[in-house]
Design a protein around this ligand. Structure first.
Ligand SMILES: Nc1nc2c(ncn2[C@@H]2O[C@H](COP(=O)(O)OP(=O)(O)OP(=O)(O)O)[C@@H](O)[C@H]2O)c(=O)[nH]1
Ligand SMILES: [Zn+2]
Length: 375
C-alpha cells in the first residue's frame, strides 16, 4: 500500500495530497484512477478530452465507458425534473457525442439516463474541485488493465472528505499591516487551505472588539468586479464600501475567499457571461454549464473566523445562504446588515435574479436610489 511508504520520514501520501495530485492531473486533461473497495475506474474531464486519448480509452473500455453528468446539466439536456446525478452509456467513446452532451447549448439526451454510483459522484466532485466543467468520462477498469501505468490514484473517501479536510488544515501563514486608502489601520492575514485552489485572506479593518458581535463580511472573489470595476455585478462596490464602513465605524473583518464565480472558477464564470450576453440569466447560464444555483461552502470561512477569535458576528450580507452557513458552523449571528451595491443598466437583471431566484434580501427601490453615475 502507498500509505505505508514514506518520503524522508513523512507518509508518502495523505488523502489531502492524493486529492491535490488528482486535481492537478485532472486539470491537465489526464485520466485519474478512482478507487472504492470494490470498484476502480478512470475518470477524465469531458471538457479536456481529445480524440487521441478518447481513442485509447475506448480500446480499454470494451464498450463499458459512460459519461457522468450533474442533475442541472441533465435537466438542460431535456431530462425533466431531474434531481440526481446520472450516467449515459458510451458503447463507443465518441468525442463529438461527448461534446454534444457535456458542452453544447443545444445538446439533448439521446439515450436512457441511468443512476450514478457513489464513485461516479466522486468523479464529478473531482471535476468541481478542479474548476472545470462538471462532466466526467468514466471507464471502469481492473487492476490488471492499468498495471504499470503511472496513474495518480485516489480513494473515494479522500475525494468526498477533501473539503472538510481542507477546512481542518486551515492555518495562518502570514500577516502584516497593509494600509488601505480610506482604511489605513488594516491588517491582512493569509490562511493556507480552505476552498478553491489558492490561499484565503482575512482583512482586519481597525480594531474590532472580539468580545462582542464582530461586523463580518464573507466576500467571494470576483476578479471582474473587485479589481476591474465590472458593471455586470455589484461586487466591487460591496467590497470597497464594506471596508470603508468598517474603517469609519468600530472596525470589522472581511474574508476574501477564493470562490470566483460562486465557486465555479473564472473560466466557467466567463462561459456563463458569454451565455448571459446571449440572453440567459445568471442562474440559467450556470445550469446550462451543469452547475447548481451556488457551488460555495462557507464552513471553512467560519473556521477562519474562529481562529481569529471571533464567536459572534454581525453578518454584512444580503445572502441568506451565508447567514445559514455561519450559524451551522457554530458561530452566533447577532444581526445581519444589508450591503448595497450600485445598480446600473448592466447589473440590474443580475441583482433582480439574485433576489427572485436565490432569495437575497435586496430592496430594489432602496438600491435604485443609489444608481451609479458611471452608467
Ligand atoms: N457563476 C457566476 N458567478 C457570478 C456571476 N456574477 C458574479 N458572480 C460571482 O458571484 C460571487 C458573488 O459573491 P459575493 O459578493 O460574496 O456575494 P453574494 O453571494 O452575492 O452575497 P452578498 O454577501 O449579499 O453580496 C462572486 O464569486 C462572483 O465572482 C455570474 O453571473 N455567474
Ligand atoms: Zn462580481
Amino acid at each position: 500500500m502507498l500509505q505505508s511508504r514514506t518520503l524522508f520520514g513523512r507518509p508518502l501520501e495523505t488523502s489531502l495530497v492524493a486529492v491535490d495530485r488528482a486535481i492537478s492531473e485532472f486539470r491537465a486533461g489526464r485520466p485519474v484512477l478512482l478507487r472504492s473497495a470494490e470498484t476502480r475506474l478512470l475518470a477524465l474531464s469531458a471538457e479536456l478530452a481529445d480524440a487521441e486519448l478518447v481513442g485509447r480509452l475506448d480500446a480499454l473500455a470494451s464498450g463499458k465507458a459512460y459519461l457522468a453528468l450533474t442533475p442541472a446539466r441533465l435537466r438542460r439536456l431535456g431530462a425533466k425534473n431531474r434531481t440526481e446525478t446520472g450516467i449515459l452509456a458510451m458503447p463507443t467513446l465518441d468525442l463529438a457525442r461527448i461534446e454534444m452532451l457535456a458542452l453544447k447549448i443545444d445538446g439533448k439526451v439521446d439515450a436512457p439516463v441511468a443512476p450514478a454510483s457513489a464513485l461516479d459522484d466522486a468523479a464529478l466532485e473531482l471535476s468541481r474541485l478542479s474548476l472545470v466543467l462538471p462532466a466526467t468520462i468514466i471507464v471502469p477498469v481492473t487492476a490488471e488493465q492499468t498495471a504499470g501505468e503511472p496513474l495518480v490514484e485516489v480513494d473515494i473517501e479522500a475525494v468526498n472528505g477533501y473539503r472538510a479536510a481542507q477546512a481542518a488544515t486551515l492555518t495562518i501563514v502570514g500577516r502584516a499591516p497593509v494600509p488601505l486608502e480610506g482604511a489605513p489601520d488594516t491588517e491582512f492575514v493569509v490562511f493556507r487551505g480552505g476552498e478553491g485552489l489558492r490561499d484565503q485572506v482575512a482583512i482586519i479593518v481597525g480594531n474590532p472588539d472580539l468580545s462582542g458581535p464582530v461586523p463580518v463580511r464573507l466576500h467571494s472573489a470576483c476578479l471582474t468586479g473587485d479589481l476591474f470595476g465590472s458593471l455586470k455585478c455589484d461586487c466591487g462596490d460591496q467590497l470597497r464600501e464594506t471596508v470603508q464602513w468598517m474603517a469609519e465605524n468600530e472596525g470589522g473583518i472581511l474574508l476574501y475567499l477564493d470562490q470566483e464565480g460562486r465557486g465555479n472558477g473564472i473560466s466557467n464564470k466567463m462561459r456563463a457571461y458569454k451565455l448571459q450576453s446571449q440572453g440567459w440569466d445568471t442562474y440559467d447560464a450556470d445550469e446550462v454549464l451543469g452547475f447548481d444555483l451556488d457551488q460555495r461552502h462557507f464552513d471553512f470561512a467560519a473556521t477562519m473566523l474562529k481562529q481569529l477569535g471571533v464567536t459572534r458576528v454581525t453578518a454584512l450580507t444580503n445572502n441568506p445562504l451565508k447567514v445559514g452557513a455561519i450559524k451551522a458552523a457554530g458561530l452566533e449571528v447577532d444581526a445581519t446588515q444589508r450591503v448595497l451595491g450600485r445598480p446600473n443598466v448592466h447589473n440590474v437583471r443580475y441583482l433582480a435574479s439574485k433576489r427572485d431566484r436565490a432569495g437575497h434580501f435586496i430592496d430594489m427601490d432602496a438600491l435604485m436610489a443609489r444608481a451609479a453615475p458611471k452608467d
